[in-house]
Design a protein around this ligand. Structure first.
Ligand code: ZN
Length: 183
């Protein structure tokens, strides 16, 4: 009888110890939410790196579940984008450093660090860097499928991308609609 009592006491104490240990483990384990992401520029891979633009993905399409893509874009001096519009996407450009000129729906501004521009769908816009320093932008592209555009482009070689038919197809799929100015 006494033996049984001792044994059950030991079991109760043992259960308390195990529960206590489990509580400690749970409380010190960081709570990781699925899909969350930290962005550190030095560690982020470069997804586009040509003579004119260097792009890194701050928040990807998958992480935001397609809501938006956030990009870090470094425009080299002399870079410009001709007038175009996006039928299904909006863009917000926040200038971190450097200077650039933006024209949206005919309204033109020289932008410096801290300035931002929101471009709704179907608004014709163009941009160019000013001065001899690169312009660093944070771009919020919504809906978030910028990465799928990049993946699509990777299927073509640089030579193939020069083919007018491929160019046209990519522009259409990537929702990049060039505005041809009347002479
Ligand atoms: Zn655009």
């Amino acid at each position: 009888m006494t033996k049984n009592l001792n044994l059950s006491r030991k079991m109760v104490v043992g259960t308390f110890v195990i529960c206590g240990l489990l509580l400690i483990i749970v409380s010190v384990t960081p709570q990781v939410k699925p899909g969350h992401k930290f962005y550190f520029p030095d560690k982020a891979p470069i997804v586009t790196d040509d003579k004119e633009v260097t792009t890194k993905i701050v928040v990807g399409d998958n992480e935001s579940e397609g809501r938006y893509t956030v990009l870090s874009d470094l425009w080299k001096p002399g870079f410009s984008v001709s007038t175009h519009y996006h039928a299904r996407h909006t863009e917000t450009f926040y200038l971190v450093s450097g200077e650039a000129e933006w024209t949206v729906d005919g309204e033109k501004h020289a932008m410096k660090a801290g300035d931002a521009v929101y471009i709704p769908a179907n608004a014709p816009h163009s941009a160019r860097t000013l001065g001899n320093k690169p312009a660093h932008f944070i771009l919020i592209y919504s809906a978030g499928d910028y990465e799928s555009h990049l993946r699509r482009e990777l299927k073509y070689t640089e030579q193939e991308k020069k083919d007018p038919k491929v160019k046209e197809l990519l522009r259409e799929l990537n929702d990049f609609n060039v505005v041809i100015k009347k002479p």
